[in-house]
Design a protein around this ligand. Structure first.
Ligand code: TNX
Length: 531
């Protein structure tokens, strides 16, 4: 009861601090709509946050990180991650210890076993007093999210990698927080341009800071097959050797994929593997002639057209192939999902396409996963467990999937590969231009037919890579928009406010600079002087 009352009070504070203001960019860098300095720059905005002005807790070489034992090994991993972060500003990394008795004054205490129904599966409570810091949650995931919030309350200079001792002060305050949606997704297309393990880990690090908890990897397309399949080795030996523009492509060995899955899991991110089918399959068709209806392998493809390829849906070998691929990938993937694509088939008749989707879903199920498909699959008869990913901006495309769960990723709002404006060199514009404010000012509930709003599990921010060849390109299209989308996924829609967000996101500019992120300096945001 007491918790409930307090929470209501804090929500009021969070909402007051984001009360509606005229729609204009703030005048002073780092200043709020009322001209006052931002008290904090936490993104996504917590459910309830009360941050003091003036008083702070100092992290010193004597600060300890203490964690309470848990069955989940990620509690200790999270503590070690926090120590690594703080190490960049201290003469030596802070000691990390399992708790025994009450922690010494001045410690940072991480506790993942608290019984507080208000926190749910992913919520946390963060308390910073003059005597120490306490991050408490019911689960290791909640603890991790509390640490991400704490990280954003630290000065941005903490993000510089070089060890350079300097004072670290965190404002005193209290936060109680939990997410709106369980599905807070990002998608990376590693097929059009290949991104190696280190690049994907870097992206995982960046999205984890914003409490994203799903990374959907688009592992195959016309231009490349990116994951080793031991029973069909030519998929990567041949089909993995190029990419858009004719580069040398690449692929993940199964061991590398397992390493990525673990790296993501240590940051509470579930990998969602996608093998796109029946279209977007030229790389597979080029690798195995028997998958083509005419038995002839087409050449590898390095352009950016879509919809021209298709598996031969009338041959049994096609389903043997699919079953082998799903089986091998499912065995390496602890997460419960397998994304079967299903988008943009321009070759099959609607009945052929529907029959294909109806035949593949049970294959996915047989290998222990729930199928996900792009909204093109909605007209087929779907299993109750199949999840539909809304992408074509018209809500009507998901109407047929009446009771299936929905991931909302409208191309006109959440596609990170759309240009920001007419002057943006990178990116595409078939779904429009998406400035930061456009990426922020929408709500998933309005993207689907209203009777289906209750089926929404969350949102996703896809980054297609036809025009994205380097991590610098990737950064430029993802940031700041990823931060805007993360707030839609996590924060309450009532507390959402562009003026307030634009002030907070401005303060992520120096943080991104310190992290080496090549973010887009949107003219809609009053960035602080970063010279
Ligand atoms: C549409 S979104 C596609 C992709 C392209 C993307 C480019 C979807 C399911 N299909 O094949 O890469 O547009 O924005």
């Amino acid at each position: 009861m007491q918790n409930g009352l307090l929470l209501t009070g804090w929500i009021a504070i969070a909402m007051l601090s984001s009360a509606c203001a005229p729609n204009r960019a703030p005048q002073t860098p780092g200043a709020g709509p009322g001209g006052q300095a931002a008290r904090h720059s936490v993104i996504p905005l917590p459910a309830a946050i009360d941050i003091s002005t003036g008083q702070s807790f100092a992290i010193t070489p004597a600060t300890l990180i203490v964690y309470e034992a848990s069955d989940d090994p990620r509690v200790g991993i999270t503590a070690a991650q926090l120590a690594r972060l703080l190490a960049s500003a201290l003469p030596s990394p802070p000691p990390v210890r399992p708790a025994s008795g009450a922690p010494p004054a001045g410690s940072i205490l991480l506790s993942a076993g608290v019984a507080n129904a208000n926190l749910g599966e992913e919520g946390y409570e963060l308390t910073i007093t003059a005597d120490g810091v306490r991050i408490a949650a019911s689960t290791a995931a909640g603890l991790f999210y509390g640490v991400q919030t704490f990280r954003q309350l630290l000065p941005w200079s903490i993000e510089y990698q070089a060890a350079r001792p300097h004072p670290i002060a965190v404002p005193l305050g209290k936060i109680q927080d939990r997410p709106r949606f369980v599905w807070r997704g990002a998608m990376l297309d590693v097929a059009r341009h290949f991104f190696g393990v280190e690049d994907v880990k870097r992206y995982i690090d960046l999205i984890a800071l914003y409490k994203i908890n799903r990374l959907h990897l688009h592992l195959s397309d016309d231009q490349g097959w990116r994951i080793e399949i031991k029973s069909w080795p030519n998929l990567t030996a041949h089909g993995g050797q190029t990419e858009v523009g004719g580069g040398t492509g690449g692929f993940y060995t199964q061991a590398q994929y397992v390493d990525l899955v673990k790296y993501a899991n240590d940051r509470f991110i579930t990998i969602v593997p996608e093998i796109d089918m029946p279209s977007h399959t030229n790389a597979a068709l080029a690798s195995y002639p028997e998958l083509n209806c005419n038995g002839e392998a087409p050449p590898l493809y390095t352009g950016i057209d879509v919809g021209f390829s298709t598996l031969c849906v009338d041959k049994d070998v096609t389903y043997t192939f699919i079953s082998d691929v799903v089986r091998e990938i499912a065995a390496l993937t602890p997460g419960p999902y397998f994304h079967m694509g299903g988008d943009e088939n321009k070759k099959l008749t609607p009945p052929q396409f529907r029959a294909f989707i109806e035949r593949v879903q049970p294959i996915v199920q047989k290998h222990g996963k729930d199928a996900i498909g792009w909204d093109d699959i909605a007209p087929a008869t779907l299993l109750p467990t199949t999840v539909v990913q809304h992408w074509r901006p018209e809500a009507s495309h998901v109407a047929a999937a009446k009771s299936n769960k929905l991931i909302v990723s409208p191309a006109s709002k959440s596609y990170l590969d759309m240009k920001y404006d007419k002057t943006t060199v990178l990116g595409l514009n078939w779904a429009g231009e998406i400035e930061v404010r456009t990426a922020y000012d929408w709500d998933p509930v309005n993207s689907v037919p209203s009777p289906q709003a209750g089926n929404i599990v969350g949102i996703e921010a896809p980054l297609w890579t036809e025009t994205v060849a380097t991590t610098g390109d990737l950064d430029f299209l993802a940031f700041p928009r990823l931060a805007a989308l993360a707030e839609i996924a996590w924060s309450s829609p009532q507390a959402k406010n562009w003026d307030n967000f634009s002030v907070r996101v401005a303060l992520h500019g120096p943080r991104w600079s310190a992290l080496g992120v090549n973010f887009y300096r949107s003219p809609q945001i009053a960035w602080p002087d970063m010279r």
